[in-house]
Design a protein around this ligand. Sequence first.
Ligand code: NAP
Length: 271
Amino acid sequence: MAPPAGMAHRPSGCGRRNWVPALFMTAAAPGQKVALVTGASRGIGAAIAERLAADGFFVVGTATTEAGAAAVSERLAENGQGRCLNIADQASVDDFFAGVAEAPGMPAVLVNNAGVTRDNLLLRMSDEEWRTVIDTNLTGLHRMIKPVLRGMIRARWGRIVNLSSVVARMGNPGQANYVASKAAVEGLTRALALEVASRGITVNAVAPGFIRSDMTAALKEGQMQRLLERIPLGRVGDGADVAAAVAFLVSDQAGYVTGETLNVNGGLRLG
Ligand SMILES: NC(=O)c1ccc[n+]([C@@H]2O[C@H](COP(=O)([O-])OP(=O)(O)OC[C@H]3O[C@@H](n4cnc5c(N)ncnc54)[C@H](OP(=O)(O)O)[C@@H]3O)[C@@H](O)[C@H]2O)c1
């Protein structure tokens, strides 16, 4: 049944938009670049948001719930704002960007960090498990990149960083959906880099190895021990390790780096 007039579909988790989108961009100080980080409520995304704020960006960090977005706002204080967003839901993305395309101060930096896993052996993997991962980790990037590109092209400057994973090239049993999504993210990164290079926009990926977060907390003690034995640097990474790589790629210093995937994996996989 169609929603009543004026009650367009709202994504679960995010309430009805009650803010003027352009305002979150103009909350930045004059001349301050806006960095949009998806999935900034925890894990790697939270570390990236904190690092970019420390580096002087005004950070818009997203979470999938209003409560999560409020917590991001609290953490970033005057250096940014939290916003509710579900990248697997086109209506949520449309809501998020409504009016922003015409506003000054569009994000100069987009970090596509949000991602999910739904692990299972392929023979047992449900269509839902497959779809959820592809729709979030891959199609979600397509949804986010299109609206921010217009502002970057107008500004003739932009930085896009997509979160891949070491498993994109290693493979990993039980993660066919996740591995496929991340391998596709690296391909998307290369293709888009070529499309927008002439406009002063760089597009890169960061491929973390095993990083301490909710996503890896599910590993059992034995699994973690076996994993550590395979990591030449002898430790699991943390969010700050990944954030440092992202900070470099979005900086002015990285202006001649595009279409690359930067490994942050303690030597687990080289090349
Ligand atoms: N941890 C690792 O070892 C590792 C290794 C390689 C690659 N990565 C990649 O690094 C990224 C971050 O991983 P993580 O370990 O930090 O993950 P995490 O701790 O599970 O956090 C995931 C983040 O993404 C958000 N999110 C989930 N679904 C979303 C959706 N549909 N729309 C918008 N946001 C959504 C979550 O928001 P809520 O808090 O609101 O749920 C949360 O902020 C992912 O792309 C992951 O694939 C991680």
